[in-house]
Design a protein around this ligand. Structure first.
Ligand SMILES: CC(C)(COP(=O)(O)OP(=O)(O)OC[C@H]1O[C@@H](n2cnc3c(N)ncnc32)[C@H](O)[C@@H]1OP(=O)(O)O)[C@@H](O)C(=O)NCCC(=O)NCCS
Length: 177
C-alpha cells in the first residue's frame, strides 16, 4: 500500500522554526554536550533512568549518536540519542527536554534531527519505547509496531535456563573473555 502523505509528514513550518530564528541550534557536536546537565536530567528527573550514574550516562552518550538543542547563550535545553550501528539499527532513547522549555518544539526538533541525520540515512526503521509520550512521537510520524510477533526480548531480570546471567552472584563465569 502506498504511504499516505499527511500534513504531519511535511510540516510547512516546523514548530522549532521560531527558536531557530532566535538563535537556538540543534547539534551533534560532542564538545557542546553539557554532560553534567544531561546526567542531572536523567538521574534525578527522568523516570526510566533515575539513579543512573554519571559514568553510565557518559558511556551511553559516547556509544550513541547524540544530539542536543542549545539556546542562544549556548545552554543545553534538551538531549536525545540514537543507539545505532549506522547500518541497520536505530533505537531512539533518552529524549529529554528541560522542564522550563517544553511545548516549544524542542522535543520534535531533537527527534527529527536524529531521523534526518546524514549518518543514519541508510536506516530504514527506527524504534523506541515510551511509557506515555506516544502522541509526541506520533507527531514525528512514529506508529505502534505493526508486526509485534516478529519481536523478541531477553530480560536479565527474569533470566533463562538456556542462557544464565553470568553476572548474577554465584553464577559460572561468562564464556566470553
Ligand atoms: C516528551 C518531551 C521530550 C517532549 O518535548 P517538548 O519539547 O515539550 O515537545 P514539543 O514541544 O516538540 O511537542 C511536540 C508534541 O508532543 C506533545 N507532547 C509533549 N510531551 C508529551 C507527552 N509526555 N505525552 C504526549 N504528548 C506529548 C505536545 O503536545 C506536542 O504536540 P502538538 O505539536 O500537537 O501540540 C518532554 O515533554 C520531556 O522531556 N518530558 C519528560 C521526559 C520524557 O517523558 N521523555 C520522553 C521519553 S519516551
Amino acid at each position: 500500500m502506498k504511504n499516505v502523505i499527511t500534513s504531519l509528514d511535511r510540516p510547512a513550518n516546523p514548530p522549532w522554526q521560531p527558536l531557530q530564528a532566535e538563535g537556538w541550534k540543534l547539534s551533534d557536536s560532542p564538545e557542546l554536550l553539557d554532560r553534567h546537565q544531561v546526567w542531572r536530567w536523567l538521574s534525578l528527573e527522568a523516570a526510566w533512568s533515575r539513579g543512573r550514574s554519571q559514568e553510565a550516562v557518559n558511556t551511553s552518550l559516547d556509544h550513541s549518536l547524540t544530539v542536543g538543542v542549545y539556546d542562544p547563550a549556548g545552554r543545553q535545553r534538551g538531549v536525545a540519542r540514537c543507539v545505532t550501528d549506522r547500518v541497520a539499527v536505530g533505537f531512539i532513547d533518552d529524549v529529554y527536554v528541560d522542564a522550563d522549555h517544553r511545548g516549544k518544539g524542542v522535543g520534535r526538533w531533537l527527534v527529527c534531527g536524529l531521523l534526518q541525520h546524514r549518518l543514519l540515512r541508510g536506516i530504514s526503521q527506527f524504534t523506541l519505547v515510551t511509557e506515555d509520550a506516544h502522541a509526541h512521537y506520533a507527531a514525528s510520524g512514529f506508529t505502534p509496531l505493526t508486526k509485534l510477533q516478529r519481536w523478541m526480548q531477553w530480560r536479565r531480570d527474569t533470566g533463562s535456563a538456556y542462557t544464565p546471567d553470568p553476572w548474577a552472584p554465584g553464577s559460572p563465569p561468562s564464556s566470553v573473555s
